[in-house]
Write a protein that binds this ligand. Structure first.
Ligand code: FAD
Ligand code: NAP
Length: 544
């Protein structure tokens, strides 16, 4: 596996023995945390496994990697100067453009001096007598802190598939989330790619243009919508900059962290003709949510969803010339219940002579061999294999660290039957530990920068409240946590989300409990709830 990005010496500096706050992760969450902690005059240390800031956008350098939320919306709102002065180039920028933005923010706010790069946090133990955490790193350092914040990302613990023989392959292997910094030249190569989630869908068209031959191994087809990416026009940038405050407020109050028109009609109330005209228009918009927000009931009613599903199936059949390939690409689960993808020429790519689709439902992979991939019917030979096989999402990065709370309680044990949090921010038994966009918060069902800023602001307001009141510890009660977990499950049960075997449900990791992890009640409703909790003196938490 190529992980060239991290084959570098460790950070030469030794971190101080103590700090007010230790943050893990220097993606958009950790960066904003550090900026705000400094403004509160709290000492802060950030540990980051990578060699630079950016998190997701540092690691996921696969060809075709792009954001699927528009740049003018997928950006920080905390600094008006940053908002006004930063120049985005594309509607849906590539990974290098977003990484440049993260690096610009790090430079602008001088963040790197408190970030210890190439340093992985391995363990953290709570000391109840002193109300402090001791955080340990893979370099043997230990830092004691009053507060410990896991800003480790929902999608940062990458995952290889459980296929026998992974290490036997003699050619080159890559995971989309650990792409070599120097890039990969597939020219003239026979390439196999496993996985057709967003990472696969984005990389397949680009790899296909380079490789001599590309074989796609698909277990579950994705719903992919055209991005209609383009360069931003100066007048639309100017318009957004003139209206940013109102736009940001609308983002915060919206369902997905993206202001969208609120539908008023059921998909079943209108004629098929009218519905298809609406879907057609939404298909042209180039947006993740345009179709799903066309009617009130597409995420809650199977019958309504079936109409959108049929529309996308028709599109796939129109684009893909080979009828069997087109059928194999049509998903059988409700639209939106697995994260939809936003693509550039994904379905069109299957019309190329050098691209082949293998439907693993018909011919499953048996093993990886020295020469390639053996399916139940035959062996495919490759020069390179790409794993676009995703992440141990939402909980993986949290449980990868040996976190021990009160009385040595391990987070892995506490969450054995599924993650248990209050508001997705904190967990009973783990005082003074905060999670940014943890399970039980809108997180991955939103424009994540909106959710990140809201969580960071809420957590730091809570720390400010403790400090102003001479308090040392904050921890959710088991009752408040149980009620929140029930609420998250109840909201999910009104939706179609649990109908798909998605990473939202933990279904992509063998043995992981089947629990719908994000909060599906919407960003605006969630924010209101968090604000109410704070306004009522941190209701549901014990402050001591
Ligand atoms: P991350 O960016 O994941 O950063 C977490 C950091 O923590 C990483 O750098 C990691 O190295 C570090 N870390 C983890 N564990 C440890 C440890 N133990 N020790 C030290 N360091 C550690 N969201 C959207 O809203 N819109 C999009 O279009 C979008 N596109 C995406 C595309 C891809 C390919 C992926 C994978 C995710 C995408 N997301 C998108 C979600 C994306 O993760 C968030 O938008 C956002 O970047 C998360 O920021 P973060 O700082 O919370 O986490
Ligand atoms: P993913 O959505 O989990 O997709 C992983 C793919 O690998 C799935 O098709 C999965 O099939 C397949 N797979 C896993 N194990 C397999 C096995 N043993 N055999 C065969 N196939 C196997 O991961 P991802 O594509 O990296 O995306 C994860 C999330 O990151 C996205 O949902 C999105 O939130 C974010 N992301 C966003 C963008 C963007 O456009 N901005 C780009 C990339 C990622 P099954 O479905 O059958 O399990």
């Amino acid at each position: 596996m190529s992980v060239s990005s991290n084959n570098q010496p460790s950070d030469p500096r030794t971190p101080p023995a103590s700090a007010d706050v230790v943050v893990v992760g220097a993606g958009f969450s950790g960066m904003y945390l550090l900026h705000r902690l400094r403004a509160m005059n709290l000492s802060a240390i950030v540990f980051e496994a990578g060699t630079d800031v950016g998190g997701t956008w540092y690691w996921n350098r696969y060809p075709g990697a792009r954001v699927d939320v528009e740049s003018l919306a997928y950006s920080y709102s905390f600094s008006e100067e940053l908002e006004q002065e930063y120049e985005w180039e594309e509607r849906y920028p590539t990974q290098p453009e977003i990484l440049r933005y993260a690096q610009h923010v790090a430079d602008r706010f001088d963040l790197r001096r408190d970030i210890y790069f190439r340093t992985r946090v391995t363990a953290a133990v709570y000391d109840e007598n002193h109300a402090t955490w001791t955080i340990r790193t893979d370099h043997g350092d230990a830092v004691t802190a009053r507060f410990f914040v896991m800003a480790t990302g929902c999608l940062s613990a990458s995952k290889l598939p459980e296929i026998p023989g992974l290490s036997r392959f003699q050619g080159a292997t890559y995971h989309t989330a650990h792409w070599p910094h120097e890039g990969v030249d597939f020219t003239g190569m026979r390439v196999g790619i496993i996985g057709t989630g967003s990472s696969g869908v984005q990389s397949i068209p680009v790899i296909a243009e380079q490789a001599a031959d590309l074989t796609v191994f698909q277990r579950t087809p994705a719903y992919s919508l055209p991005a209609r990416n383009r360069r931003l026009r100066p007048e639309e940038i100017a318009e957004m900059k003139a209206n940013y405050r109102a736009f940001r407020q609308a983002q915060r109050e919206s369902g997905f962290g993206l202001p969208t028109p609120i539908p008023t009609q059921s998909a079943l109330e209108v004629s098929e003709e009218e519905r298809n005209a609406v879907y057609e228009k939404a298909w042209e918009v180039g947006s993740l949510v345009a179709i799903l927000t066309s009617y009130t009931d597409l995420t809650t009613s199977q019958e309504a969803n079936d109409t959108a599903k049929a529309f996308v199936h028709r599109k796939i059949r129109e684009i893909v010339k080979d009828p069997q390939t087109a059928e194999d690409l049509c998903p059988d689960y409700p639209l939106g219940t697995k994260r939809p993808c936003l693509d550039t020429n994904y379905y069109e790519t299957y019309n190329r002579d050098n691209v082949h689709l293998v439907n693993l439902r018909r011919t499953p992979i048996v093993k990886i061999t020295e020469r390639g991939i053996r399916c139940s019917d035959r062996e495919y030979e490759f020069d390179a294999i790409v794993y676009a096989t995703g992440f141990d999402a939402m909980t993986g990065a949290l449980t990868n660290v040996d976190i021990r709370g009160r009385d040595g309680l391990s987070i892995k044990e506490a969450w054995r039957a599924g993650p248990r949090t209050y508001l997705g921010i904190a967990s009973a038994g783990f005082p003074n530990l905060f999670m940014i966009t943890g399970p039980g918060s809108p997180s991955v069902l939103s424009n994540m920068i909106v959710s990140i800023e809201q969580h960071v602001d809420w957590v730091l307001d809570a720390i400010g409240h403790l400090d102003r009141n001479g308090l040392k510890a904050i921890e959710p009660t088991v009752e408040a946590q149980d009620a929140w977990v029930d609420h998250v499950n109840e909201i999910a049960s009104y939706t179609l989300y649990p109908k798909a075997n998605s990473w939202y449900m933990g279904a992509n990791v063998p043995g992981k409990p089947r629990v719908f992890m994000p909060y599906a009640g919407g960003v605006g409703e969630y924010r209101k709830k968090c604000d109410e909790v704070a306004a009522r003196g941190y209701e549901g938490f014990v402050l001591s």
